[in-house]
Write a protein that binds this ligand. Structure first.
Ligand SMILES: C[S@@+](CC[C@H](N)C(=O)[O-])C[C@H]1O[C@@H](n2cnc3c(N)ncnc32)[C@H](O)[C@@H]1O
Length: 289
């Protein structure tokens, strides 16, 4: 990782000490990498400053070296977790990379229905779910095309490391305009219980009941064994270095059921070591052999 050797003043700050010096930046980057696998972009202490300044102020700490000392104290694990949460990129939206949902309906859904008819359990996973837009896009799509989905043995797991986004995913309430990218019929399902014109929309219970929201960190032991018939792990590994990406994607391949689907982000690539186990069937969509 190439890192900068300059300091970046905090926007609006008058105190020149309130800048992220190189040593603090390196320490923060090392903690983030160790605890999440995320590589901070090169030469980006302005991002660190912008995202952490409110935490320095909240903790009444005057400088970044003070902050690094604080979060290195084992007694301050909560503040370290808050720092990690602040440094993760949580960008997401409903029906992001919407073609994946078409592939899901076309390729997997008929097989899921047959599996349910045979009494088999169905498990799906949104890994790195952020605030839940991805998992509720999937759950609503499923319910729209398969209204009986709620009465078979089907669960969708949604996991992330950031407590802030997990809270939103758990509550499943969003500003109405965030539903704009959702196809009309599926949006109608999401809006079923919403008061007309209400600015906030909570996903109806029938959608929420399909979903289990949990903390999970890819660089800690995985508490789930699968198998999953589909895993969406999109725009998560892209922030990690190559070795960790390989570990994550290999772990996900191990969790896939035979013929299960893995969806990754449009800028992500699977390691060559998985090419004999996963076949590309559509854009950034792979089927386990
Ligand atoms: C950019 S969001 C992607 C959200 C969604 N999958 C999508 O494509 O819209 C990336 C998410 O990955 C999560 N993440 C980052 N590192 C992680 C790790 N080590 N384990 C689990 N989740 C992680 C972040 O907290 C963030 O919410």
């Amino acid at each position: 990782m190439t890192l900068l050797s300059r300091t970046v003043p905090i926007p609006g700050a008058t105190d020149p000490m309130l800048a992220c010096d190189t040593q603090s930046y390196l320490s923060i980057a090392a903690i983030l990498h160790r605890e999440t696998g995320i590589n901070l972009p090169q030469d980006n202490s302005s991002l660190v400053v912008a995202r952490l300044i409110k935490h320095l102020r909240r903790l009444n700490l005057a400088t970044f070296p003070d902050f690094v000392n604080w979060i290195n104290d084992p007694a301050h694990a909560d503040d370290r977790a808050r720092m990690i949460s602040a440094l993760t990129t949580n960008t997401t939206h409903f029906y992001r990379e919407g073609y994946h949902f078409d592939v899901f309906v076309r390729d997997l859904l008929p097989r899921l229905k047959m599996a349910a008819d045979r009494g088999e359990r169905i498990r799906l996973w949104s890994a790195g779910c952020s605030s839940g837009e991805e998992v509720y896009s999937l759950a609503a799509t499923l319910l729209h095309h398969w209204p009986e989905a709620g009465s078979v043995d089907l669960r969708i797991l949604a996991t992330d490391i950031s407590a802030d986004v997990l809270r939103t995913a758990q509550v499943a309430e969003y500003p109405r305009e965030r539903l704009d990218p959702v196809p009309e019929a599926i949006r109608a399902l999401m809006l079923r219980d919403a008061a007309p014109g209400a600015p906030m929309v909570r996903m109806p219970a029938a959608i929420r009941d399909l979903v289990t929201v949990r903390y999970m960190n890819f660089v800690e032991p995985w508490p789930t064994r699968g198998p999953f018939q589909a895993i969406l792990c999109r725009n998560v590994a892209i922030y990690m270095d190559e070795a960790i990406q390989t570990r994550v994607f290999t772990g996900l391949a191990d969790m896939l059921a035979p013929q299960g689907l893995l969806f990754i982000g449009h800028s992500e690539r699977l390691p060559p070591s998985l090419s004999h186990r996963l076949t590309l069937i559509d854009r950034t969509t792979f089927r386990h052999i």
